[in-house]
Design a protein around this ligand. Structure first.
Ligand code: C5P
Length: 220
């Protein structure tokens, strides 16, 4: 009998995060969330129970998928850590904004002539923290979900992505280029923790999602 996804719990992060500097302005990126929705839809089609923790996106989620909407990286982190150990697979497709304002102004910052300075502090690496928890669980032979991350690279794609996968203790990483961000297609390379790599052709995000999940069956 083949692998069955029926009843497996898949937790996904998707979309960008918004890091506010005042009540109306924020730092973010152009992630569309399409890859996250494609993964959610494919996992659902295979019979998994799917929860997506999504930043603000303009595209609609697929049917029969639970969505927890968040705005900031800190909110996303809180939701992920709350539910991580209940999942069988966690896929981190979110484009988490790397920094947030050190101080968020409660009032709209007044426009003035000249430069202004905003201090930014790094956001926590959400999947990295989950990977740390997984490492500790593995050391004591406790069960913990499999982890898949994404790596958007402009150069040294494979070596940088391999490094990220090992540093974050992931089972697989999907290396791709910024051309993917708001496109309907993706040219990805799947890297596995045992060093295996699989370069995929340019695919629709749906087909790529299907291929990623199929590959995940080897470590689920
Ligand atoms: O380190 P880098 O941001 O390139 O790693 C990308 C991977 O890490 C993606 O899977 C992304 O969703 C995840 N990530 C995260 N929290 C961050 C930054 C990235 O979970 N603060």
């Amino acid at each position: 009998m083949g692998f069955s996804w029926r009843g497996l719990r898949v937790l996904l992060t998707s979309g960008p995060t918004r890091e506010f500097i005042d009540p109306v302005r924020f730092l973010s990126n152009s992630s569309s969330g399409k890859m996250g929705w494609a993964l959610a839809s494919e996992a659902r089609r295979l019979g998994a129970k799917v929860t997506v923790i999504s930043g603000p996106v303009l595209t609609l989620p697929p049917k029969d998928v639970e969505v927890k909407w968040v705005e900031t990286a800190l909110e996303m982190r809180r939701q992920v850590l709350k539910t991580a150990d209940k999942a069988d697979l966690i896929v981190s497709a979110a484009a988490v904004t790397d920094w947030r304002a050190k101080v968020v102004s409660t009032e709209k910052i007044k426009k003035k002539n000249g430069e202004i300075e905003i201090s930014l502090v790094p956001n926590p690496d959400i999947i990295g923290e989950v990977g740390e928890i997984k490492k500790k669980k593995e050391a004591t032979a406790q069960k913990f979900p499999a982890l898949i991350g994404f790596a958007l690279e402009t150069r040294d794609m494979e070596s940088s992505a391999f490094k990220k996968m090992w540093e974050k203790n992931l089972d697989m990483i999907v290396a791709n280029s910024p051309a993917t961000l708001s496109s309907d297609n993706i040219q990805a390379t799947l890297l596995l923790k045992n060093g295996v790599k699989r370069k995929l052709p340019l695919l629709s995000k749906r087909l790529c999602a299907r291929t990623i999940l199929k590959e995940a069956e080897s470590f689920l």
